[in-house]
Design a protein around this ligand. Structure first.
Ligand code: ZN
Length: 267
C-alpha cells in the first residue's frame, strides 16, 4: 500500500498549519520530504503514527527555514535512537550539493557533540546533482533542479508500484525546463500560495509562487489527472479545502486535493 502522508501544508509564515512537508509511505517504511521549520516535525510524525526509527531516507528541497530547520530535530532524535540501540542501519539525508555544508554546519552548531558525531558516521548527508537517481524505498527517484529564482531548489519524480508517476515540484511554480519530469505524471504535488481572487492581498507573484488558478490551469493544460495543492496562506483555516477546491474546479477537471495537515492520500 502506498500513501502520501501530509505532515504540513502551510507556507513559511503560517501559524495555523505546519510548514509544508510530507512522507511517502510504502508499507511500514517512510521517505520524509522536507521537515518544516522546527520541532513541530516531531509532533506531526507522532500524530501520523510514523516512528522515527522507520525513517531512513530524508530529502531537503532547499535551504529556506520553513523546509530545512526541522531536519536538526530529525538528526537529534535519530542520533538519540541510534545511541539507545533502537534505530537499525543508517539514515541518509539527500539534498543538492550546496546544502550539505549548510545542514552539517547548523547541526554542528545546535546539536550536542555526542549526537552530532553520528553525522558522517550513520547519518549521511548525500549531495545529489540535477537529474541524478537514487534508490529510495526501492523506488527509482530522480532528483532535479526546479530552476528557482530565489535559492537553488530540487524536486523529484518517481514511479510508484502501481505504475503511476509522481512529481514533487518543491515550493515554486512549474518551469518549462522540467517538462520531462512533469509530463505524463499521475500525481503532481504543487504549491499554491493563495486563491487567484486574493492575489492582490497576498502578492504570490512577488514571492514567485502560484495561485490555485495558476496551478489548476497548468495541470489542466498538461492533462495531469491528480493535483495536490499546498504551501498556502492560512487565513481560511477550516474552510481552505472548500474555498480552494471551488476556485480550482473552475479551471481543472481532474481530481483536486487540498489536504489539511495530517491527511493521508492513497496513491
Ligand atoms: Zn517554502
Amino acid at each position: 500500500m502506498e500513501q502520501l502522508i501530509v505532515l504540513g501544508t502551510g507556507n513559511a509564515a503560517v501559524t495555523k498549519y505546519y510548514n509544508t512537508c510530507f512522507a511517502l509511505a510504502r508499507e511500514d517504511r517512510y521517505f520524509l520530504v522536507d521537515t518544516g521549520g522546527g520541532n513541530g516535525i516531531l509532533a506531526a510524525l507522532d500524530k501520523s503514527g510514523i516512528p522515527v526509527h522507520a525513517i531512513h531516507d530524508i530529502f531537503i528541497s532547499h535551504e529556506h527555514c520553513d523546509h530545512l530547520l526541522g531536519v536538526v530535530w530529525m538528526i537529534r532524535m535519530i542520533a538519540t535512537a541510534m545511541k539507545k540501540g533502537s534505530y537499525e542501519g543508517n539514515c541518509t539525508i539527500y539534498c543538492h550539493r550546496g546544502l550539505v555544508s549548510v545542514i552539517d554546519t547548523i547541526a554542528k552548531l545546535t546539536i550536542q557533540g555526542k549526537f552530532y558525531r553520528m553525522v558522517g558516521e550513520r547519518i549521511l548527508l548525500e549531495g545529489v546533482e540535477d537529474r541524478e537517481h537514487r534508490k529510495i524505498l526501492e523506488y527509482d527517484v530522480e532528483f532535479f533542479d526546479i530552476h528557482s529564482t530565489k535559492a537553488k531548489q530540487y524536486g523529484f519524480t518517481t514511479v510508484l508500484d502501481n505504475g503511476r508517476k509522481l512529481t514533487f515540484l518543491g515550493d515554486e511554480p512549474y518551469n518549462e525546463a522540467n517538462r520531462t519530469q512533469v509530463q505524463g505524471c499521475a500525481w503532481l504535488l504543487h504549491e499554491a500560495f493563495c486563491m487567484d481572487g486574493e492575489a492582490a492581498k497576498f502578492s504570490p507573484y512577488e514571492k514567485h509562487h502560484s495561485t490555485v488558478k495558476d496551478a489548476c490551469e497548468l495541470a489542466e493544460r498538461m492533462r495531469i489527472p491528480r493535483l495536490v495543492l499546498w504551501h498556502t496562506e492560512d487565513s481560511h483555516y477550516g474552510e481552505r479545502k472548500k474555498l480552494y477546491r471551488a476556485e480550482g474546479q473552475k479551471y481543472y477537471s481532474g481530481e483536486l486535493y487540498v489536504p489539511d495537515d495530517l491527511e493521508r492520500i492513497e496513491l
